[in-house]
Design a protein around this ligand. Sequence first.
Ligand code: MN
Length: 719
Amino acid sequence: MDSSVPLSALFDPDDQEQLSYGIPNLCAELESYLDPSQIREVYRAYLYGAEAHEGQQRKSGEPYICHPVAVARLLASMRMDASCLMAAVLHDVIEDTGVSKEQLAAEFGEEVAELVDGVSKLTQIDFSSHAEAQAANFRKMLLAMTRDMRVILIKLADRLHNMNTLDAMRAEKQRRIARETLEIYAPIANRLGIHHVRLELEELGFSYAWPMRYRVLKEAVRKAMQHNRELVSNVEMAIARRMQQEGIDGTVEGREKHLYSIFQKMREKSRPFSEVVDMFGFRVVVDKADNCYRALGMMHSLYKPMPGRFKDYIAIPKSNGYQSLHTVLFGPQGNPIEIQIRTRAMDRVAKYGVAAHWLYKESRREDKLVHGGANDWIKDLLEMQQGAGNSIEFLENVKIDIFPDEVYVFTPRGEIKVLPKGATVIDFAYAVHSDVGDRCVAAMVERRFVPLRTRLYNGQTVDVITKEDAHPNPGWLDFVVSGKSRTKIRAHLKNLQHRDAVELGRRLVVKALRALNQSPEELEGPRMDVVLEAFHVASTDDLLEQVGLGNRMPLLVAKQIAEKGADTGAKVPPLVIRGTEGMAVKLSKCCKPIPGDEILAFFSPGQGVVVHRQDCRNIPVSHKKGEEWLDVRWETEPEGEFTTEIRVAVSNKRGVLASLASHIADVESNIENVVVDEKDGLSTTLLFTLSVRGRRHLAQIMRGLRAVPEVMRIGRVLR
Ligand code: MN
């Protein structure tokens, strides 16, 4: 659009449509604080939106575009910047028309597209099907989903206009939307300090959510105000006169009673109507901060202050930026009167909250503000900010305070789970239930399968798939972020170790019992109580664990059970090593035994059974006290993979390692590690750590490697 064209030429004076949509009014409002070029951009966004929504209607029968224009007008009254207004005019096009975020970015730039996209994401979240108790989490979720405060402001304006046009909806829908407004949106407006939006949302929400009570209360308040009109005007006059005498430039007005806050006070604090409504409120607005304190002193000499009710929010502002002095006085007939004292700048912040800062940002760029009042407001704001640091810093603080560092996601049933930022599917599973975490095998996010380490984002719906016999994986510890998952995974691993040891202990004791011609059922027998006492342990499992860990000799335990004193003539049959005993049986690291090797084993206190090759050089000749040699043999077809080492000398040639590796892979072995042991100009000796099924498998591997022409020598490492 040609920026030299005067604004008035944008409209056709006979275009009744645009007149009825409020476009000229919007532009007139924008003229008070935006550049003509910026206004043209907003207008261009309007034309684009009108075309996109062409043919769509609101429930009221109005053309759809009336709604986004009304939302933009609300934001213009808050003096929001041009990008925010463009986004407001376009706020429903992604959700309700075929326009994509990319198209918006190409047409209006990244900033506007991001804002519209942000609003659309909030719109997609459906609160209707969820429990009331979750309202607080919904509010946090909404805030956590947005990094740009303007998205929330557009959403609030959107909701406010929808509330203003709620008449067109069915009664049931009115009630649902009204409750949602009271539970979600009004508190957010309050949190951001946007007082006037909050009050309007509450008033409208109350009237639709509880229409009967609203009507009754409204009538009661009207009567009470009429009754007290004289008292209110007397106090107003007394304060105004005294301010004039003291030379304080300012205004005083009786504050309106807000029906919803009366309703809430009556309901939550169970206070009677008379008590709630007999409290009178006044607001005193002065020119500068010094005069706030002067006005306060003056007020305290006019009426007696109620002890303990004075609050200085000027020195210590509320987290949403609100500043004011609050005090409660005993009025003319002893009725308590509440007084708020603040400057015009503070009053502006009290009304617009966070949104007030965009005006500051915008106006600083341009000095040619039309309304003189606005200039004063900036001066005041600057003065005010001197106490509280600069405006941007302040805004950042508000942001950190408001936007939580948490992730809010849904279960398939719509329940919200709060997780630490960076949380993964596993963290979610443990948040649902420890069992769900322990048994988690797969997961879907938004009905799509994802890896378990997938990070979650706000608003996603996560569905965890469990399997009855699944267990936590120690590898999960690498990526989980919540304390709960970490603790649960660790606990499970420890428990696993315990179960392995008990299982091995049981096998060892059963074998020893058989050797003594005793039945394994003795372990369950009545004599066990005596045995447990003799060993000072609480349960049979504890005793078996001690055996499994090598802290007790199985034969001694068996003898105790069999009540046989010193008869050691029995021959204990060998323990069968399966390779799947877990932590309780250790294959020695020094000689790395594999199935097929001649083996022996001994108990080592605290270590359990350690298996060595019979030709291992590290086996102590006379074992230490407490260690017991054990007869062991391999199971015929052991399961599992065993680690072994081979040394291969090869002539130096390019690509030789690759051909060795492919030979090893061909026979289904894995290379766990490879290091260069020795190297000279002609040859290199490599040390491979391999996983094999047993001696026969190893022989097969070595045969394959010998066939490689570069291989000079090959042998198993025997330490
Ligand atoms: Mn909308």
